[in-house]
Design a protein around this ligand. Structure first.
Ligand SMILES: NC(=O)c1ccc[n+]([C@@H]2O[C@H](COP(=O)([O-])OP(=O)(O)OC[C@H]3O[C@@H](n4cnc5c(N)ncnc54)[C@H](O)[C@@H]3O)[C@@H](O)[C@H]2O)c1
Length: 298
């Protein structure tokens, strides 16, 4: 278990006096079925992932390389997220090329090409980002960065995949959903007047009016631009509004990556506490495994 869930890097290092890359095994893609991205776009030869040293970006880059060993897979990353530098050795060993760059800088993104597919997985992914601090980095990295990537996709005819978020949905509307408390969990009742609400959850038909956090706003704003680029310029695009994602090599922290953070705390006998909704742990979330082939294939 300890080798599977990775979090609190410094804490682990201190406790066990270990070099983590030697302890956490490389991701084993042979364990997963070989479908997904290969089926989605069979002709792909050159793939670039921005934010490719991060949790999702590196998983996708490694999955591409595993599934099509002759493809050229390159990741661009600023190494802003603490711990993303630990991924570089695994990427290198797997034949994935690394370039250090900043998506906020259009020249860095322009230096990418040529590629067939650009997966934009760079971000400041914390929903708390920008609160009690200057929101400039969040907005420039998430929105201007996405636009820089999209613009290159337009200019060169690249297919564009964007990792959006369930955080695009407005907070007040989500809080107002009719919940019923059962013995162990809240259950979503179906009598809501709002479109897109069913007992299993909410869909893309859910309304989008209202505030959603700065992070969610950057994602929704990027989605709107992608829609325009698709309509006006014919950019081939795929947007995924991921919910909570978890799995190996996530550098979990309090405000992002809570599953691995909890797992590490549990393993290290650290404090565990539910937060929100009365702190009773009745809230229910879907957790996606980071192997996202299926979703992209859809
Ligand atoms: N992990 C989740 O639960 C989750 C859920 C929904 C959506 N997403 C989205 O998926 C994408 C990937 O998230 P993640 O969990 O892998 O986050 P992550 O923090 O692990 O990875 C993001 C990567 O982007 C890099 N980065 C940050 N700013 C950059 C910049 N200006 N230029 C270049 N690189 C930069 C970071 O160094 C990091 O390696 C993000 O767009 C995020 O919003 C994640």
């Amino acid at each position: 278990m300890l080798t599977y869930f990775l979090s609190n890097i410094e804490e682990l290092r201190t406790l066990f006096s270990i070099e983590l890359p030697n302890v956490v095994p490389p991701r084993d893609f042979a364990r997963f079925p070989r479908y997904g991205l290969a089926r989605y776009a069979p002709g792909l030869r050159r793939i670039r992932t921005t934010g490719g040293a991060g949790f999702v970006g590196s998983s996708l880059a490694l999955a591409f390389k595993f599934n099509r060993s002759t493809a050229k897979v390159i990741v661009l990353d600023k190494l802003k997220r603490r711990g993303s530098e630990l991924d570089l050795e695994q990427l290198r060993r797997s034949g994935v090329e690394f370039a250090r760059g900043d998506v906020r800088v259009s020249d860095d993104v322009a230096a990418i090409g040529p590629v067939d597919l650009l997966i934009e997985a760079s971000a400041e992914p914390s929903v708390h980002a920008g609160y009690d601090e200057n929101p400039s980095y969040l907005i420039h990295s998430n929105l201007v960065g996405a636009l820089n990537c999209l613009e290159q996709a337009r200019r060169h005819g690249w297919t564009f995949v964007f990792l959006s978020s369930s955080r695009v949905y407005p907070i007040a509307l989500l809080r107002a959903l009719p919940l019923e408390r059962t013995a162990t969990r809240f259950v979503l009742r179906s009598e809501s007047d709002l479109p897109g609400v069913t007992p299993p959850g909410i869909s893309e038909q859910f309304p989008l009016s209202g505030n959603r956090s700065l992070y969610g706003a950057t994602k929704l704003a990027a989605e709107l631009l992608i829609e325009e680029y698709k309509t006006i310029y014919g950019v081939r695009e795929l947007i995924n509004r991921c919910g909570v994602i978890s799995g190996p090599w996530q550098m979990g922290k309090v405000d992002q990556g809570f599953i691995v953070l909890w797992m590490a705390r549990h393993l290290l006998d650290g404090p565990l506490a539910y937060t929100g909704f009365g702190g009773e742990g009745s809230q229910v979330r879907d957790i996606l495994h980071v192997d996202l082939y299926d979703l992209l294939a859809g």
